[in-house]
Design a protein around this ligand. Structure first.
Ligand code: UDP
Ligand code: MG
Length: 226
């Protein structure tokens, strides 16, 4: 059975929230998710998984059956069918945990304890992804949501587009990405907000300030021991 079929049929998470800390990192395109994730990795030892980066890597992988599809979706600022993205995330989580064996497994346990801390960046940006990921891969602790006005995000993306080489950092694609964000991704934030699982952080201030607010949210929601 293919990984995608396996995922479709699965109704219980492969990773337990007791063993794995997953934070979703959301915000419009250009809100500063990647910048904050980099700092959190350095300070707390999270593994940073950017859904967009994983999709771009898969798009460029020779022999990938999804390359063309991913390319079209990204250029048009649309959301790639969720199974593709979720399988990539799940595989990346497994790899990260295999690479970092934990000190908490005891000699008597038959299965090694899996400890992982993940920032899942730019995901879930559609409702079905959110539900499926938590149902079949791992429940998330909460969402870090970087809230930034559109004109500021646009300014940043156009600046980044000068050097990023990304097919979607141009005025036309940016407009489509904003639209997808408002119509498709904000409902995900609202869904988690209703469950009181969103840390909303003002993102149109300097990165240091955003980071301090982020650290405060982590301390408040996870304490020191995670
Ligand atoms: N994307 C997707 N599913 C995801 C995450 C990303 O299809 O779960 C695609 C989507 O087309 C998006 C693009 O990848 O516009 C770039 O995502 P990334 O997170 O890199 O960019 P951002 O918008 O955060 O700058
Ligand atoms: Mg990004």
């Amino acid at each position: 059975m293919s990984a995608v079929d396996d995922l479709k049929n699965r109704k219980t998470p492969v990773f337990s929230g007791d063993d794995v800390t997953v934070l979703f990192v959301l915000g419009g395109p250009g809100a500063g998710k990647g910048t904050q994730c980099e700092r959190l990795v350095a300070a707390y030892g999270f593994t940073h998984l950017s859904a967009g980066d994983l999709l771009r890597a898969e798009q460029n992988r020779p022999g990938s059956q999804y390359g063309e599809l991913i390319k079209d979706y990204i250029k048009n600022g649309q959301i790639v069918p969720m199974e593709v993205t979720i399988v990539l995330l799940e595989n990346a989580m497994r790899e990260a945990m295999a690479a970092k064996p934990t000190s908490t497994s005891t000699p008597t346990s038959t299965t090694p304890a899996l400890k992982g801390k993940f920032l899942i960046d730019g995901f879930p940006r559609k409702f079905d992804q959110a539900v499926k990921f938590e149902e079949a891969v791992c429940p998330a602790k909460f969402v870090l949501f970087y809230d930034c006005p559109e004109e500021e995000m646009e300014r940043r993306l156009l600046e980044r587009g000068k050097t990023s080489g990304r097919s979607d950092d141009n005025a036309e694609s940016i407009r489509k990405r904003f639209r997808t964000f408002i119509e498709t991704s904000m409902p995900v934030v609202d869904y988690y907000e209703k469950q009181d699982r969103v840390a909303r952080i003002r993102a149109n201030v300097p990165p240091d300030e955003v980071y301090r607010a982020t650290q405060a949210e982590l301390a408040k929601r996870l304490g020191d021991n995670f």
